[in-house]
Design a protein around this ligand. Structure first.
Ligand SMILES: Cc1ncc(COP(=O)(O)O)c(C=O)c1O
Length: 495
């Protein structure tokens, strides 16, 4: 029997199903082809359709913020090194860097070549029955880079997944009686349910039922940690970002970190260092904790570990910790392997990325050019003390905090501001970020919790010339003064 089906002429194709004598009736049931878009359709999709599909299927609320900032008018056609190229051939300097995921810039030629070679040789991605030479090599590289006996690696695909692995490992090691986790105010560790419990956001935590065995202290306050540990022996895990990202790029003192290491040793507590954002070279050292000469018990990486081309994350643990938790055949499968943890091309990408990091001295560049950028921002702070409140961070993990204008915004612009989203009212960072893109072709990012902070995380390949382009743009915008910045923004909303 021949079934010929023709559907919705525009998007559905004719399809033939030929029944063989051995087929059961179920197997010959018509399978309609849904109105699938092709790769070509995706590449050529006009902006209006993108917005519509975002509303229909992805995240309508997120589009609202993109519209406020004017980011929804940009369709990226290419991305190379430090720049995006949009539909009009405009080159946009990337000082956002995908929240730290683009340390190697866009489409690094060596990373593309490694991936292409992997494809051309028809290498396998997933073969969980066999050993993977790619996962083995990546784990070796990570263990070689990580200090001390941080030697055991779990591979995953997101920062949250690596952090979940870290917390589960710590709990397995400590046992149920010491499974309480101490974390910091304004922490961001991800949005999956476990790590959400130690992500300090009422909004993100919403009304979810979370892990309640947690305790919160101010970030960088060793006395608060000591008191908490002394009062509650069930705290067996301290989990901290080494540089807080979502909080608005916040660092603790060197003494805090050395003190923390000693305290954890003294009290038999495991220290989990979340390096998802601050790691992979961003701070000018591979791990930000290396600035302080200390080694945590467990750490986690993601973001740029994927070379800006793939989803790759790693949890790295001290060998004795790992061995106690999962070292025997009976415990080996308790956590992992994850289906996509350590798949072939992703590992190859990361292996090549790590080699580039050292071959091209990217950490040195982040330290040197980052220090130059910080000095330039501090110069602007001196020039505009009423606008810039603080400049923070190290390497290419910098935060620029504007003064809060919620109460002091000039009368002239207040009525117009009432039409804006609550998050943007009185916050210069949104207005300046929007002007940087609109008028100067520079992209920057914002932080989760401090709306007055612009987050600057350019690729680690950024040059002084790139920094100069950004600084000149910022100087020009700030020279216009608050009223002009806000009124230009309001005009852009009407346009
Ligand atoms: C410090 C930190 N930890 C964890 C995460 C979660 O990573 P992911 O979004 O890949 O799940 C992030 C993400 O921004 C992060 O900044």
């Amino acid at each position: 029997m021949l079934l010929l089906k023709k559907k919705n002429t525009q998007e559905r194709e004719a399809r033939q199903v030929v029944e063989s004598p051995a087929m059961s009736p179920d197997l010959v049931a018509e399978i309609e082809r849904p109105p699938l878009l092709s790769v070509d359709d995706a590449i050529k999709m006009p902006l209006e359709r993108m917005s519509q599909l975002f509303v229909d299927h992805l995240n309508p609320g997120q589009l609202h913020f993109m519209k406020l900032l004017g980011f929804h008018k940009v369709k990226i056609e290419r991305a190379e090194g430090m720049f995006y190229t949009d539909q009009n051939g405009r080159k946009i300097l990337d000082f956002f860097g995908g929240f730290g995921s683009l340390s190697f810039g866009h489409n690094h030629p060596r990373i593309l070549a490694a991936r292409k070679r992997f494809q051309d040789e028809n290498r396998h991605e997933i073969a969980m029955a066999f050993l993977s030479q790619y996962a083995a090599a990546l784990a070796h590289n990570l263990a070689s880079i990580a200090p001390g006996d941080l030697d055991m690696v779990f591979l995953g695909s997101s920062g949250s997944e690596a952090m979940e692995a870290a917390l589960k490992l710590a709990e397995r090691y400590q046992g149920p009686k010491r499974s309480k986790i101490l974390f910091a105010e304004h922490a961001f560790h991800g949005k999956t349910k476990g790590v959400l419990s130690i992500t300090d956001s009422k909004l993100y935590q919403s009304e979810f039922n979370l892990v309640d065995d947690v305790v919160k202290v101010p970030f960088g306050d060793l006395d608060a940690i000591r008191t908490a540990l002394e009062n509650d022996p069930s705290i067996g895990i301290v989990c901290l970002e080494t540089i807080q990202g979502g909080a608005g790029i916040v660092e603790a003192s060197p003494e805090f970190w050395t003190g923390l290491r000693s305290l954890c040793d003294e009290m038999g507590v495991l220290w989990v260092a979340d390096e998802v954002q601050s790691g992979t070279g961003r701070s000018g050292r591979f791990f930000a904790f290396e600035h302080y000469g200390v080694v945590p018990d467990i750490t986690a990486l993601a973001k740029s570990l994927g070379g800006g081309k793939t989803a790759m994350a790693a949890m790295i643990a001290r060998k004795p910790v790992y061995m106690k938790a999962y070292g025997k055949p009976a415990t080996a499968l308790i956590h992992g392997p994850a289906t996509f943890g350590g798949i072939g091309e992703a590992c190859i990408t990361s292996i090549e990325a790590l080699n580039i990091m050292y071959d091209d001295n990217l950490m040195q560049n982040a330290a040197q050019v980052g220090a130059y950028m910080k000095a330039e921002l501090e110069r602007l702070q001196q020039k505009f003390p009423k606008l810039i409140k603080d400049v923070r961070g190290r390497g290419f993990m910098l935060g620029l905090e504007f003064q809060d204008f919620s109460r002091t915004m000039p009368m002239a612009v207040r009525p117009a501001l009432s039409m804006l989203d609550e998050k943007l009212k009185g916050s210069l960072s949104g207005f300046v970020g929007s002007a940087l893109l609109r008028e100067h072709d520079v992209l920057v990012a914002f932080t989760e919790y401090n709306r007055n902070v612009v987050r600057l995380q350019p690729p680690l390949i950024a040059t002084r010339e790139n920094v100069d382009q950004f600084i000149t743009a910022l100087d020009t915008i700030l020279s216009g003064g608050v009223v002009k910045i806000v009124s230009d923004f309001i005009k852009s909303q009407r346009g």
